[in-house]
Write a protein that binds this ligand. Structure first.
Ligand code: MTE
Ligand code: MO
Length: 345
């Protein structure tokens, strides 16, 4: 490489990391605010209300302990992990990521039927893409992906919600299916249906990728992708910053401040992830459209997935169907099966 070329590259890296620092500083500011608010909510017993109106008596103690553990994990990760920049690597070290986990991807999505549902955006009803019920959108599919399911965790089948359903709930479930227009039930995987799934009749935006990707700056990252199963790979990603998306579609304020969380799920609701708002504003949190210089394949989450190098793989949802801003800590697929909600590295 010539001196000039190297200088140019170093310069552009410097410019890029300066930009990163600016976004990071902004995310830190948000962090302090939302962090203080989270502390107050925890002290006021927010967690208690959540589990009190759910589940039988016997479930209460473990859930309480879980929540306490979660909160402590939140403190440590918010202080150490989430505010730093994850290391980046030379592109020569990057390789195509293996396919691991196809919850929510088992059918091939018809690309033209893709829409991103956005719920909780400010002034949504004035937006040209506003609809009264985002859940009424019908995604179309073209057969099965044929990919092995992956994630071969051993879960007691008795713990699967549907198989244990007493008749009165099964009836309610059937009625719910009817109000959902006869579409297949959500949460057909081990962890079952998300507690944060939208109710039918939830208003919001229905976006195509063209509505926002061309409007936002393109960003590339070469980062390490880590799965808790014990493997990691360096991958080259491209897409837009989630922080920029949040600026384009800002959350409607709740009690005069920004909501604390973001909830995402696949179009069929089978995989779902909850995020802290400040982590979504991290400069390396991307809404990814390309991997290794090519558009995402279906099994890697086409047309849109999350990359978040400060978190383990299970927080990086593939095939995002919904982005919802919320003040209630969202449900999370792997947390339902006992994994840490924060999943920080
Ligand atoms: N929709 C969806 N997203 C998902 C998963 C999944 O099963 N379904 N698995 C997660 C886990 S645990 C990992 S390690 C990565 C794997 O991404 P890859 O298939 O591109 O390697 O996707 C994450 N996102
Ligand atoms: Mo994973």
């Amino acid at each position: 490489m010539s001196h000039d070329a190297r200088d140019a590259e170093e310069e552009s890296t410097a410019v890029k990391s300066q930009a990163d620092e600016t976004v990071l500083a902004k995310s830190r500011k948000h962090t302090r605010r939302s962090f203080a608010a989270a502390g107050v909510a925890a002290a006021a017993g927010y967690g208690f209300y959540r589990w009190l109106d759910r589940g039988p008596q016997a479930d209460m103690l473990p859930k309480l302990l879980d929540r306490t553990y979660d909160f402590n994990a939140g403190v440590s990760h918010a202080v150490f992990g989430e505010r730093a920049l994850a290391p980046t690597y030379p592109q020569s070290r990057a390789e195509v990521l293996r396919v691991n986990g196809v919850y929510g991807l088992k059918k091939v999505l018809t690309p033209e039927s893709y829409r991103l549902q956005v719920v909780g955006a400010r002034d949504a009803e004035r937006h040209p893409r506003f609809v009264r019920d985002v859940t009424a959108w019908e995604y179309r599919y073209e057969g099965n992906s044929g990919e092995d399911a992956g994630h071969d965790t051993k879960v007691d089948p008795a713990k699967q919600t549907s198989s244990k359903m007493p008749p009165q709930f099964a009836q309610a479930f059937e009625r719910l299916k009817e109000t959902q227009g006869g579409r297949p039930p959500r949460g057909n995987e081990e962890a079952g249906e998300s507690d944060s799934t939208l109710d039918p009749g939830t208003p919001g935006l229905l976006l195509t990728l063209d509505d926002f990707v061309p409007k936002l700056a393109r960003h590339e990252l070469v980062t390490q992708f880590k799965c808790i199963e014990g493997w990691s790979q360096v991958v080259h990603w491209a897409g837009v910053r989630m922080a920029d998306f949040l600026d384009l579609y800002p959350p409607a304020p709740i009690d005069g401040r920004e909501p604390r969380y973001v909830y995402m799920e696949t179009p069929d609701g089978d995989y779902y992830v909850g995020y802290d708002m400040h982590v979504c504003r991290h400069p390396q949190t991307l809404l990814v459209t390309e991997m290794m210089g090519a558009p995402l394949t279906q099994n890697h989450g086409a047309p849109l997935r999350v990359h978040m190098p400060t978190k383990y793989g299970y927080k990086q949802i593939k095939r995002i169907g919904l982005i919802a801003y919320t003040d209630e800590k969202p449900d999370d697929y792997w947390t339902k099966l006992g994994y840490d909600w924060y999943a920080g590295l």
